[in-house]
Design a protein around this ligand. Structure first.
Ligand code: 2AM
Ligand code: CA
Length: 269
C-alpha cells in the first residue's frame, strides 16, 4: 500500500473511531440492553452492535471495495486475506463497559493482502488514541512511542494475564503460571485485550498473554506492538493466524523469549 492510500484510509479511520467513541461517552449512562453470547461472561450490548453498524456504513459508503470483519457479524464473511480488510472490535472489554464504564476500547485494524497497515486502539473513557502505521512507528495521542529496545528482565517486568490461568485449567499448568507471576515484578488484568496490547506497545506492560482471542481482539494490537519492536506469537511461539482464534502472547522481545523458554514451554498441557 502506498503512503497516500495509507494516509487517506488512516485519516478516515481516525475520524470515525473518535466519533464512535464520543457517541459512546455521551450515552455512557443511558440504559443498555445486555445479552450473553458463547457463555454468561461473553457479553454483547446494543452499543457493541450500533458501533459496528456505524463503521460498516462509513466503510462501505467511502471504500466500497474494502471488506469488514467485525465481532458482531454485520460485516462481510471474510474467508481469505485478499484485498483490504478492516478488522474491528466495536467494544473490546464489554464486561468492563457494562460493569465499570471504563477500560474498554474500540479496536480497528486495516490489513492489505494480510499485511497490517494501520492499527488504532481507542481507550474511550480516557480519550486516549493509540495508533500505528506500518513503517512509521506507533503513537499515543500523536506522541511517538519509544521503541522497545532497552534490555529488560522478567524480574523487573509487569505482565498482563487473566487470573483464570492461575487456577486449575485445561490448557496450562497453573503451578508454572503461578511461578511466572511470582518471578515477574507484578501482574495485572485489565480485561480488554486491545488495551493490553496498547500497554505493551507503550511499554507499561512488558508482556500480555491469553489463551483464546479472536481476530478483532488482536488485529490492531499486533500492528502497534510490531511497530515498536515488540513480538507477538501464540503461546507456543508460533505465528498468529490472522483469521482464526489463537492463544496470544505479545511482549518486549527479551521478556517474550524468557517467558516462552522458561515457563510456557513447560506449562502447555
Ligand atoms: P470482548 O470484550 O470484545 O468480548 C477479556 O479478558 C478479553 O478477552 C476481552 O478483550 C474480550 O473481548 C476477550 N474475549 C475473547 N473471547 C472472549 C470470550 N469468549 N468471553 C469473554 N471475553 C472474551
Ligand atoms: Ca467486543
Amino acid at each position: 500500500m502506498n503512503k497516500i492510500t495509507q494516509d487517506k484510509i488512516y485519516n478516515k479511520a481516525k475520524e470515525w473511531i473518535l466519533e464512535a467513541g464520543k457517541t459512546i461517552r455521551t450515552k455512557i449512562n443511558d440504559p443498555i440492553e445486555i445479552g450473553a453470547k458463547s457463555n454468561p461472561n461473553d457479553l454483547v450490548t446494543s452499543m457493541d452492535k450500533n458501533t459496528e453498524k456505524y463503521f460498516l456504513e462509513k466503510i462501505k459508503s467511502t471504500f466500497p471495495n474494502h471488506l469488514l470483519l467485525g465481532e458482531e457479524g454485520f460485516g462481510d464473511e471474510v474467508k481469505t486475506l485478499d484485498g483490504i480488510i478492516w478488522i474491528i472490535d466495536p467494544i473490546d472489554g464489554t464486561m468492563n463497559f457494562v460493569q465499570q464504564k471504563r477500560n474498554f476500547t474500540i479496536s480497528v485494524a486495516i490489513y492489505n493482502n494480510g499485511i497490517g497497515e494501520i492499527g488504532l486502539i481507542y481507550n474511550v473513557m480516557e480519550d486516549e488514541l493509540y495508533y500505528a502505521k506500518r513503517g512509521e512507528g506507533a503513537f499515543k495521542n500523536d506522541v511517538k512511542l519509544p521503541p522497545l529496545n532497552q534490555a529488560t528482565v522478567l524480574e523487573e517486568s509487569v505482565i498482563g494475564l487473566n487470573h483464570l490461568w492461575l487456577c486449575e485449567n485445561k490448557l496450562v499448568d497453573e503451578k508454572i503460571m503461578q511461578d511466572l507471576v511470582k518471578t515477574a515484578r507484578g501482574s495485572r488484568t485489565y480485561g480488554s485485550a486491545a488495551l493490553e496490547f496498547a500497554f505493551v506497545a507503550e511499554g507499561v506492560l512488558e508482556g500480555y498473554l491469553t489463551m483464546s482471542l479472536s481476530p478483532w481482539d488482536f488485529a490492531a494490537g499486533m500492528i502497534l506492538v510490531n511497530e515498536v519492536g515488540g513480538v507477538t506469537t501464540n503461546i507456543d511461539g508460533k505465528p498468529i493466524k490472522l483469521l482464526e482464534k489463537n492463544s496470544v502472547f505479545a511482549g518486549h522481545p527479551d521478556v517474550h523469549e524468557r517467558i516462552l523458554n522458561d515457563f510456557l514451554a513447560k506449562a502447555r498441557k
